[in-house]
Ligand binder design. Structure first.
Ligand SMILES: [Zn+2]
Length: 256
């Protein structure tokens, strides 16, 4: 499908549903149309929000990448970078657009990872604590600088168990957006709770922030720690202690 065909198809679909898109009929950018649609539907689209339900096929994403590449060309021009003659800057606009959609902010545009749950309700069910360490790569919403760190995810097993790698997939899906570390901690706790049905979830993140290291105070090893505790991790000091003891054991076993 060509770009304009997709766009016209979407507008036609909106018309059939009786949506009032007349102000946007002349809009040439699919991105503007989608922003309009999200506003109308009261859908929040902050840097840390997932908007995958609006990117329902690869053609939509391809067109959004094309539009972002065009916009990045303008940014490079305004920065007075010669993208016509500098061989290293020639494809940069498109590389940036693809990097945002497919890598550093992929968690905004892709649906949640499929975390198949297995029942944990037999007589010999596992009732202990589980602590999983997940490496994280994110970018801060303020400067789009890298945030690199580790999340320790703790849960008290409930009636569902998910594969161990799923904890990390969920954490990375939350991280691959523009985030604040505090929000990221909350997002991971919420999504893990959803996937496991456990009300007892703890998340501890330690990360270094490019926006402190590469600019501003230029401080190396600007380690930032955040913790979210829910359920018994919050109410039972024993569970909280066990969680942090587990983190220490993990750090001794494989230092981070
Ligand atoms: Zn920042």
């Amino acid at each position: 499908m060509t770009e304009s065909v997709i766009y016209k198809t979407m507008i036609a679909g909106a018309e059939q549903q009786g949506d009032d898109d007349k102000d946007y009929k002349e809009e040439t950018y699919l991105g503007n149309y989608l922003r309009f649609k999200m506003k109308r539907e009261g859908k929040r689209f902050w840097a840390g929000d997932n908007i995958s339900e609006y990117i329902d096929n690869e053609h939509v994403k391809e067109q959004l990448i094309d539009e972002a590449a065009e916009a990045f060309e303008t940014v490079l021009d305004r920065l007075l970078i010669d993208r016509e003659n500098d061989p290293n800057s020639k494809g940069t606009a498109r590389r940036l657009a693809k990097m945002y959609f497919n890598e550093v902010m992929a968690g905004r545009y892709e649906p949640a990872p499929d975390a198949t749950a297995f029942p944990n309700d037999s007589a010999d069910r596992y009732e202990g604590m589980l602590v999983v360490r997940s490496e994280l790569r994110s970018i801060c919403s303020h400067h789009h600088q890298p945030v690199v760190g580790v999340a320790y995810i703790g849960i008290i097993a409930a009636n569902k168990l998910i594969g161990l790698s799923k904890y990390t997939r969920i954490a990375q899906w939350c991280a691959r957006r523009g985030t604040l570390q505090e929000e990221l901690c909350n997002d991971i706790a919420r999504e893990i709770s959803k996937a496991t049905d456990s009300k007892n979830v703890a998340v501890y993140i330690q990360a270094v922030h490019g926006c402190c290291e590469n600019r501003g105070i230029m401080a190396h090893s600007s380690l930032t720690q955040t913790t979210v505790l829910t359920g018994s991790f919050k109410t039972d000091p024993g569970a909280k202690k066990e969680f942090f003891d587990n983190i220490k054991l993990q750090q001794e076993f494989a230092p981070r």
